[in-house]
Design a protein around this ligand. Structure first.
Ligand SMILES: Cc1cc2nc3c(=O)[nH]c(=O)nc-3n(C[C@H](O)[C@H](O)[C@H](O)COP(=O)(O)OP(=O)(O)OC[C@H]3O[C@@H](n4cnc5c(N)ncnc54)[C@H](O)[C@@H]3O)c2cc1C
Length: 289
């Protein structure tokens, strides 16, 4: 059963120290090594009050193992279960992958900044994602699909290493039907693949732009992809102030105390993960940061 939540309501304050108990309601295997976990709050009041904005993340806590930052990949319009798409990497995500439906874990959040949807209204919007960089943009896609007439053109440029590692393939038809112009690429071709071959920024090089000055580009993916996407956008005449990115830096506390995610004066957890490109640009090329 879903409840409808308006994004216009103010977000309830999140107690950053409180780990809510959640259970795995459903697991959607996405591609090899990546699954979406649909989490349900145990406490009905926490379930009722939980809201997030597209771009925000939760800290998922496995007692005795550790905690990891994971973006919400859910529809923000008030589902009772909250999707998190997770790639198995180290201790926490490996343990999560072994929990089945009904397994319990802790959840703190939501944390962080969100994509500037209000700034994109009436404008052309391009979402650019590489690999596991798509989950933090999926809530934006859901939101745009629900409010499509409030935006001008909307394009999603998405790439993965191989065609069989592209996430959310079952949803592409629905996105296209909702008026989203989806362009896919794979670094390497594969059986039955008729799409583009090459890295994601090449899709931006080729995308026709109605008016570069009123085009917004929001991106998430490996830092090398972000760097070349920005180069392409600037070359196409899109103003630097229209570029936004989500940083998925190593993170530990989520509340700006430990410094693991620090880049210069910016704490990705507290000031991000969604940043205007201008604010991150001075730090991304500094080796060792
Ligand atoms: C804001 C934010 C949102 C994120 N959203 C998602 C998401 O939606 N889905 C998802 O699968 N992952 C996401 N991540 C990355 C995830 O938090 C890390 O992969 C996490 O460390 C996995 O925990 P672990 O204990 O399994 O692995 P760890 O033992 O912590 O790490 C395993 C390996 O991954 C490396 N690593 C750790 N953190 C990162 C990172 N942030 N980026 C790249 N490499 C890293 C480590 O150096 C190590 O080599 C996000 C990170 C941030 C900061």
């Amino acid at each position: 059963m879903n409840q409808t939540a308006s994004l216009d309501l103010p977000l309830p304050a999140c107690n950053p120290w409180l780990a809510h108990s959640v259970t795995i309601d459903r697991i959607t295997p996405e591609v090899a090594g990546v699954s979406t976990y649909h989490l349900r709050f145990v406490d009905p009041e926490a379930a009722r009050n939980y809201r997030f904005r597209p771009g925000q993340f939760n800290m998922l806590y496995l007692p005795g193992v550790g905690e990891s930052a994971i973006s919400l990949s859910a529809d923000p319009r008030g589902h009772v279960t909250w999707a998190h798409t997770v790639r198995t990497a180290g201790n926490v995500t490996q343990t999560l992958a072994k929990l089945g439906v009904g397994g319990s874990l802790g959840l703190r959040g939501p944390f962080g900044s969100c994509w500037p949807l209000d700034q994109a209204m009436g404008k052309d919007l391009i979402l650019v994602a590489g690999g596991i960089g798509l989950p933090p943009l999926r809530p934006v896609i859901y939101e745009i699909a629900a409010r499509r007439d409030e935006f001008a053109s909307v394009a999603v440029l998405y790439g993965a290493r191989t065609p069989d590692t592209l996430l959310y393939q079952a949803e592409y038809d629905a996105w296209r039907k909702a008026g989203i112009d989806l362009h896919l690429t794979a670094d390497m071709s594969g059986a039955g693949w008729n799409g583009a071959v090459g890295v994601v920024p090449l899709l931006l090089d080729r995308l026709p732009l109605a008016d570069a000055a009123r085009t917004q580009v929001w991106m998430c993916g490996p830092e090398v992809m972000l760097k070349y996407t920005v180069k392409s956008a600037l070359r196409r005449g899109i103003p630097a102030g229209n570029l936004w990115l989500s940083m998925e830096r190593n993170m530990q506390c989520a509340i700006g105390l430990c410094g693991h995610c620090q880049l210069g004066p910016e704490f990705v957890c507290r000031n991000g993960p969604v940043f205007p490109w201008n604010r991150m640009a001075p730090y991304l090329d500094v080796k060792g940061l």
